[in-house]
Design a binder for this molecule. Sequence first.
Ligand code: NAD
Length: 262
Amino acid sequence: MGILTLSEKIYWGVFYMHRKTAVITGGGSGFGREVALQLAKKGTNLSIVDISEENGEEAVRLCKESGSDAIFIQADVSKVEDVKRYVAQTVEYFGKIDLFFNNAGISGSGVRTVECSIEEFNAIVDVNLKGVFYGLKFVISEMLKTRGGVIVNTASLGGLVGIPTLGVYSATKHAVIGLTKAIAGEYGRENIRINAIAPGTNETPMVKAYPEEAIKKMAEAVPMGRLGQPHEVANVVCFLLSEESSYIHGAVISIDGGASAL
Ligand SMILES: NC(=O)c1ccc[n+]([C@@H]2O[C@H](COP(=O)([O-])OP(=O)(O)OC[C@H]3O[C@@H](n4cnc5c(N)ncnc54)[C@H](O)[C@@H]3O)[C@@H](O)[C@H]2O)c1
């Protein structure tokens, strides 16, 4: 906010406190960016957290175009000091955290599970499990100060079933669901609502990077005969982050064209 007079600080302080503030990890691309854009249109303040400066800055630009205030914080969710910093910087700028889309994640190289290298195993666990846990740890402690908040964790269809050649990814996404359910049991009475989403395969940049033949096969295996689009996931996330879903807590919502029904 630069150098402001006291009255300007009070004005902007009241302005920001009045609006809801959302933190979105992996906010620079895919689901995270879609959710950011939908929330921006509703006038939510946005803290876009991403390891990629290019992705994050572009998301901020688009959110501002939609009329919301947005900041980019470059951070690696697998590093505890980065997580503390993105929480602190958000609170410093916007004054509080109301909504948290705990979403950043990586997949894997698609080899049979025991052929996964130790380095790849550690990298996936660091981002998908430790990163999600660190986010919950430091965001929830802020939400307790303001007596409430709403959280959505990104799990996956791979958190509900085992996905051959994505065994480690699948294990971390099962863990995200475990964290979601345990925390739901712990913080519901403190007005902190938490749910997880379990998307099937969606055409985000993560998936578009797969070979074309593999994408075609994945689409054929879905009961609806197609892959999902990021906005179809974002619609559900924004619903879960809103008052419209005020009694949904500790749930895992599949968004997968019927894939988990088989
Ligand atoms: N795309 C799918 O089909 C699909 C399906 C189920 C679940 N998911 C999950 O959805 C989430 C988002 O995936 P997406 O498809 O939108 O991916 P994406 O690759 O389009 O976007 C992910 C974003 O996260 C950022 N990121 C990666 N590692 C990070 C780190 N260590 N710290 C901070 N930011 C980091 C990337 O820079 C990128 O901007 C992930 O958790 C993924 O596992 C995706």
